[in-house]
Each structure stands twice: as structure tokens, then as C-alpha cells.
Design a protein around this ligand. Sequence first.
Ligand code: CTP
Ligand code: MG
Length: 250
Amino acid sequence: MTTLAILTAAGSGTRLGRDVPKALVDLGGSPLVLHAARCLAASGVVDRIVVTAPAGLAGAVSDVVAADAHVACPVRVVDGGPTRQASVAAGLALAGPEDDVVLVHDAARPLAPPELVRRVVAAVRAGHPAVVPGLPVTDTIKRVSPAAATRASAARPDPGPVVERVVDTPDRALLRAVQTPQGFDRALLQRAHAAGAARAAQEDVAATDDAGLVEALGEEVHVVAGEESALKITTERDLALARVLLEGRR
Ligand code: CTP
Ligand code: MG
């Protein structure tokens, strides 16, 4: 009965726009992937970590994470794939029958607190085979038509700005913005990735989270309370906010 954590770090960080992959970008003296690995290790409920590395950087990622004194559990580094889904699948290939719980966590969420990891694992071990952390949303969310954005009329002298047609407004009280780590019964996650394998090669159809693959099987997914500090680093603005949060912790 062990818990394996897959730490996804193989993305390029296009939207951050740095000259190194996002997981290796510095935050307060350590790369994002190291912060995330320390969080997993500090939870006390993770037995092993498999990190997915960008192409050609497995050695560099291993030097950073496996050598760190704060990451006390065994770490293996594998090459990631072309999409996040493919990277998780590559990590999952290293799960064994002894791993009854598998966590999937993003290096892009470096400040997720250890108690969040414990909460997710506790919910899985309490009998929920697929668990995601989630926060209530504060914005009103609109669903828009998938058809291409349009202008009012090309015939008018000034067609105005590009617009999208609103389809509906889901009840905000029923929405959650989900985070990682997400936790799963290992066999269920393997089944979900096997069933969704055809989507893994292409970014436009690949799953953006693992719970989505479980939902596609028709299996239940449950939400536990998320944490503001588990924010995802996508842009420079997120990184600036993370620096402020880290300063506050220190
Ligand atoms: N990831 C991965 N393998 C990929 C793509 C993404 O392991 N082929 C990981 C990223 O390293 C990140 C997490 O999945 O920890 C979430 O992805 P995202 O925030 O989209 O990161 P990037 O893909 O690196 O960023 P961008 O989309 O801006 O290029
Ligand atoms: Mg991405």
C-alpha cells in the first residue's frame, strides 16, 4: 500500500515565454519543479516521485530534484511526451502493483501546501477513487459557442470588435476551479489513460487533467477543498504573485 506521485514538468512554458522550460524557472532561489517535489515529500504521505522531464533535460531535472536534501523519498525522472496527458501516461508506466494510490501534480503549482496533498490522499484512502481539489469561482462564467469568433457584419463600414456568442451561464455556485494534486486509485487511473490513449498525441484533443479521463469512463470524481496558494503559474503575473506568497511564508 504505497502512494506514487507523478510530477509533471515536461511542458515548455510557451505562455511564460522564458528561454528555459517553465518547471526550471526560478522562484525565490529554487526552480518550480523543486518547490513542487518538496511539497509532495513534506506531506509525509508520498512514497515515491516520478518526474516527467522536457526532452533532453532528464539529467538536469534529476540533478535538481533527486539530489535535494528536502526530497527524502526516491525520485525517478522520465522523458515526458508531447502533451500533458502523454507525460502523465509516461509516468504512470512506472507505477507498480504496490502503488494503490497515484497522485498527479503539476510543477506549475509550486506552492501547493503539504496539507492539500494529505487531504487528497485521505479522500482517496477513505474510498473515493478519483479526487480533485477545487475552489469556488468568483467570476461569473459564460459558455460560448465553439464556432469561430465573428464580427457584426463585414458589410458595415465598421464591423466592430470580434465577438463570441454566449450559449449559457452555468450557476456559479455549482462551479469549481480545479487544481492539482489530483488523486486516484491506481487501477482506475490506468484504465482511464488506456481508454483515452488515442487523445494523448495532440494538444487540441488531449485531456488537460486526469479527472477528465476518469469522467470520460463514466466513473465518479469527487472534489475536496482546494487552496489559493496552489495557484498555477502560467504567466509572469502568476510568477510575481507566487513570489509575494513565498515571501509571506518566509
Ligand atoms: N506538462 C508536461 N508535459 C507536456 C506539457 C505539460 O509534463 N507535454 C506539464 C507542465 O510541465 C506543467 C503541467 O503539465 O507542470 C501543466 O501544463 P501547463 O501549465 O500548460 O505548462 P506548459 O505546457 O509548460 O505551459 P504552456 O502551455 O504555456 O506551454
Ligand atoms: Mg501547456
